[in-house]
Design a protein around this ligand. Structure first.
Ligand code: CDP
Length: 843
């Protein structure tokens, strides 16, 4: 759900006003720099130019006076006005004075590492600095195409050439969907262009799982790392882009490591630009924390030789000229046209003499044993943020109950500290955020009813902030705090580096976050509450000192702080690698072990992933290559296991596609059933939901909830609220369902099965659960004589989670979607299955 453009605008305006009030204004404008030779014409710079409100990112004029385009014109006028308002905020950002330095460096280098404090303007400004650079414009190149049919006059297959567009767009990857969408809407507002698919002339778009919003004119695209990997399946050369900006690299999720691996190969390996007609790709790696040395070394090292690499061991210099790469020998001679695909390519590149000398830098990729004098491929830029002193207060002894301690600290600040001064609390997840939100509301109610405090204590505005929150709800944290009010923002680690919240003077840090962790004895990932790293603790602390001196309350002892790890450990070292290996195999990287990853995962973790993929029939047991089934799964926006289930549901023996889509959609959102706080509410919810519960388990219960919601034609919101079901979550489910339905039409050649349902209803639950087992065989457990459940792989004890409809029931065997560990090991989203079904699958 989106709020109206007007209300979003109003919100953004108030955020910008708040920003300006706090003195973030700067008078000096960075001037466009002339190149050293003086011959290079500076392309039109949108950012900060005097007339940027009149100019779109293509440098063309957007004004129109045609009466027939009146409303469009009005809308554009509003967008321009808004962009003009935001200009002073942009000029005040710490990154603003570095605009020319960043442009200049990227003209000379292919890879730039950029470190800057959160909020310094990296994500929103860097793409705008670069978009009008000469190397960032689209080129048309001729690519050789081999025709399958030989010409009648010749026995040889003929080669023709096709015109292909390369470059022109900048991709900025984000680890989180929410950040990708909110950054895109911010940058669109700053440029005065409509967002995404809302207008065919929009120049800023985004692409996240189940939601892509771009136009034919998109030039700046924010996308999640996973979506860029998906795009690489369709277009391994990333032809759409002139630059890829990898943001928030310090988070070190698995996908960012994969993205870096593919980009490293593209900028360092011979032949990697063949598919781009020799047009170079620039890479910017951005981080909020300083430790970039590892990444610098990584990009400086040659990639191991791989199937497309330069196998003869010669050094090859790829000369970067204004974004065009020319192959020359190590001696510097242009190589004559040869039979390789470098030859015969023409492009609309400017003549070399147009290019100032300073831009003729060489980037060297050496392979094999010969050593060559290496010139650096990478350059770095450090942006200092604004940081006021932040006082740190530790607890004298370890805290038993974090929520209780957080509540006390909030109330202490609220009743003792002056305004203005909003509070940001870092908690572990959506559940703790929602629990603390209701505790705060209760406390606020009693303060406002108490005659002693009623007139003296300010109002408390409690705002949750977590990834699954819809954009308009998330946007509330950016709104100006009303008079005599204190904002209390309860957040997961999303506010650590991804989002910048203005007005914060107090931070309360629980010291914990939720992390995925592979548990080898269980053979799967589980979500565990873990201590954060020192660098994360310092990021959290830093949020209090952006606009004035602040205070950070750490709900742990100083001794505990000193024992924290220095940095976030890369996900690749602690998670199941099935998805990573499937991604590599789908791009025909068969030597998975030698793929250039920033951090090499343990060999046994890779082997375990290979085994899992074999069991899902995504790899050929003889060759290890990806199977057609595996390739189809890799193109789905789903985990390998859920993708396997979706494809199984198309097979005649299971034949349950529409229902499988409903279940998968429901499993894709965090939880559709709202937690209940009191016994009374719990009973009320149980009664209202009874009609939805299915004895087969949670998967069929989810199915009946989705079906009932979908067929509810009157008031869906009321339907949800009566059953304590999250309307927001159900809307997200319907969104995913719609996308998966559209996608599955491309998967099946048979006539549309979606409308018809899946035939004979009597054995539908069995077919569905057996289809589920194709993807989740590893997540099965059987009942033991003592009443406990033990996993079939690993023989570990698991209990059915109290939230399950099967809680307290004894079934022969269970299959579950995920595993959580709180006080004990729980299986969540559980269904009852028969052992002989499991036996059949194992074969
Ligand atoms: O990437 P980095 O953390 O360095 O900064 P940014 O995301 O580019 O944000 C720069 C500034 O833009 C922030 O301080 C916010 O004031 C503003 N911003 C916003 O108001 N709304 C957004 N969705 C993103 C940024």
């Amino acid at each position: 759900p989106q709020s109206s453009p007007q209300s979003q605008d109003a919100r953004k305006r108030s955020a910008s006003e708040a920003f300006q009030r706090n003195g973030h204004e700067r008078n000096s404008l960075p001037q466009p720099q002339r190149s050293s030779s003086g011959s290079h014409r500076e392309p039109k710079v949108v950012s900060f130019s005097d007339n940027d409100a009149e100019t779109n990112v293509n440098g063309s004029n957007t004004q129109t006076t045609s009466p027939s385009l009146r409303s469009n014109h009005d809308r554009r006028g509003q967008l321009r006005l808004r962009a003009q308002e935001l200009r002073s905020v942009r000029k005040a950002l710490p990154i603003a004075p570095h605009a020319n330095e960043i442009r200049e460096k990227l003209r000379n280098y292919d890879v730039m590492l950029l470190v800057g404090e959160t909020g310094s303007g990296k994500s929103t400004q860097v793409p705008q600095f670069l978009i009008n650079e000469k190397w960032c414009q689209a080129h048309t190149v001729s690519m050789p195409t081999v025709l399958d049919e030989p010409r009648p006059s010749s026995k040889k297959k003929s080669v023709t050439s096709t015109k292909v567009k390369v470059g022109g767009c900048i991709a900025i990857t984000q680890p989180r969907r929410l950040a990708a969408i909110s950054l895109a809407s911010r940058v669109a507002a700053e440029l005065g262009t409509p967002l995404g698919s809302s207008s065919p002339s929009s120049q800023v778009g985004y692409s996240v799982r189940f939601d892509t919003s771009v136009s034919p004119c998109t030039r700046i695209k924010f996308l999640t790392e996973g979506m860029l990997l998906q795009e690489m399946l369709r277009d391994p050369y990333l032809r759409e882009y002139s630059a890829v900006i990898v943001d928030e690299v310090h988070e070190r999720g698995m996908n960012v490591d994969l993205v870096l691996g593919f980009l490293k190969r593209m900028v360092t390996e011979k032949g990697s630009l063949d598919g781009r007609g020799g047009i170079g790709l620039k890479v910017v790696v951005m981080s909020a924390t300083a430790d970039m040395e590892g990444i610098e070394n990584y990009f400086s090292q040659p990639s191991p030789v791989h199937e497309n690499g330069n196998v003869n061991g010669d050094a090859v210099i790829s000369k970067s000229v204004n974004g065009h790469h020319e192959k020359v020998t190590a001696e510097g001679h242009n190589e004559p046209d040869s039979e390789d695909s470098w030859s015969g390519l023409s492009s609309s590149s400017p003549e070399p003499e147009d290019v100032p000398q300073s831009m003729n830098s060489c980037s060297i990729a050496t392979t094999g044993s010969k050593t060559q004098p290496q010139q650096s491929l990478t350059t770095a830029c450090h942006i200092k943020g604004r940081q006021y002193p932040v006082k740190v207060i530790y607890t004298p002894a370890p805290v038993q109950d974090v929520l209780d301690s957080a509540l006390h600290t909030i109330l202490h600040i609220h009743t003792h500290e002056p305004l203005p001064g909003d509070v940001l609390v870092f908690l572990t997840g959506q559940e703790t955020v929602e629990n603390l939100a209701s505790l705060c509301q209760e406390a606020h109610l009693s303060l406002s009813q108490d005659p002693k405090t009623r007139s003296t204590i300010p109002k408390m505005l409690v705002l949750p902030l977590f990834a699954a929150l819809p954009q308009h709800a998330q946007q509330r944290v950016f709104e100006k705090t009303p008079p005599r009010t204190r904002k209390i923002i309860l957040s997961t680690n999303i506010a650590e580096t991804s989002l910048t919240v203005p007005g914060i003077r107090y931070v309360i840090d629980s010291g914990k976050c939720k992390k995925k962790q592979f548990r080898s004895r269980l053979g799967l990932d589980s979500l565990l509450v873990k201590p954060i790293s020192k660098s994360a603790a310092n990021q959290r602390k830093g949020r209090a000192g952006r606009e004035a001196p602040g205070t950070c309350y750490r709900l742990y002892t100083e001794k505990d702080y000193l024992m924290l790890d220095q940095d976030n450990d890369p996900e690749i070292l602690r998670c199941d690698l099935s998805q990573l290996v499937l991604t590599l195999k789908a791009r025909h990287v068969d030597d998975v072990i030698n793929f250039p990853l920033l951090t090499q995962p343990p060999r046994e973790a890779l082997e375990r992933a290979l085994l899992h993929l074999l069991q899902l029939q995504t790899l050929d047991p003889q060759t290890g290559h990806i199977t057609p089934l595996g390739l189809s799964i890799a193109t789905l926006p789903l985990s390998a296991s859920l993708g396997r289930v979706l494809l199984a549901s198309l097979e005649p023996q299971f034949n349950c596609l529409p229902e499988a889509i409903d279940i998968i959609s429901a499993l894709s959102v965090e939880n559709i059933f709202l937690p209940t706080t009191t016994e009374e509410k719990k009973e009320e919810a149980e009664t209202a939901r009874r009609e939805l519960y299915r004895r087969e388990g949670d998967h069929l219960t989810l199915l009946s909830a989705v079906q009932a919601y979908a067929s509810e034609n009157s008031d869906r919101k009321a339907w949800c609220s009566k059953r304590f079901i999250s309307h927001r979550a159900m809307q997200a489910v319907m969104d995913v369902r719609k996308q998966l339905r559209a996608l599955s039409r491309t998967l099946t050649a048979t006539p549309d099965k979606l409308a018809a349902g899946s035939g004979d209803a009597t054995d539908l639950p069995t077919r569905l659960l057996r289809a589920l087992l194709t993807g989740f065989l590893a997540n099965t457990a059987r009942l033991m004589p003592d009443g406990s459940y033990r996993t079939l792989m690993g023989n570990q004890t698991v209990a059915i989670h109290p939230s399950s409809v099967l809680f307290g029931r004894k079934c022969e065997a269970i299959v579950y979607h995920e595993f959580v560990f709180t006080q004990r090991s729980y299986a969540r989203s559980v269904s009852a299955v028969q052992m002989d079904w499991v036996g059949e699958m194992v074969g």
